[in-house]
Unconditional design. Structure first.
Length: 122
């Protein structure tokens, strides 16, 4: 199973980026093979629709789970429609986030926890 963590950098020791749609990187972690793939977010400077475009990209990469700090309504709807489970409130490093997920320490998001366009100011 593939987990996607929003991150400030491309490595396992990079800090979690609290934003989803405009995060710096998406770090994909395969729980079975332990392979890591980092993708720079191509939507970070989008004038609009970053959440939707980022969610579509994450789903197309085969992620079953997203670990992030916050997610807005458009990204939440798009990820949910694609069958991707979302966990918000994630902090620490990418490795910390994956470890917490595997240990069952994260709470599944049942609704968006930030407003549309809230990640544009950073």
């Amino acid at each position: 199973m593939k987990v996607c963590v929003t991150a400030l950098g491309p490595k396992e020791d990079s800090e979690v980026d609290p934003r989803f749609g405009r995060c710096q990187f998406f770090v994909f972690f395969n729980l079975h093979t332990r392979e890591v793939e980092a993708v720079a977010n191509p939507n970070i400077e989008s004038s609009g629709g970053a959440g939707i475009q980022s969610a579509q990209m994450v789903a197309s990469k085969g992620a079953a789970v997203v670990l992030t700090g916050h997610v807005g309504p458009n990204a939440f709807k798009t990820l949910s429609a694609a069958g991707v489970t979302i966990f918000t409130g994630t902090a620490g490093t990418v490795k910390d986030a994956v470890d917490a997920y595997e240990a069952g320490k994260l709470a599944r998001a049942v609704a968006p926890d930030s407003a549309s366009k809230s990640g544009m100011g950073k």
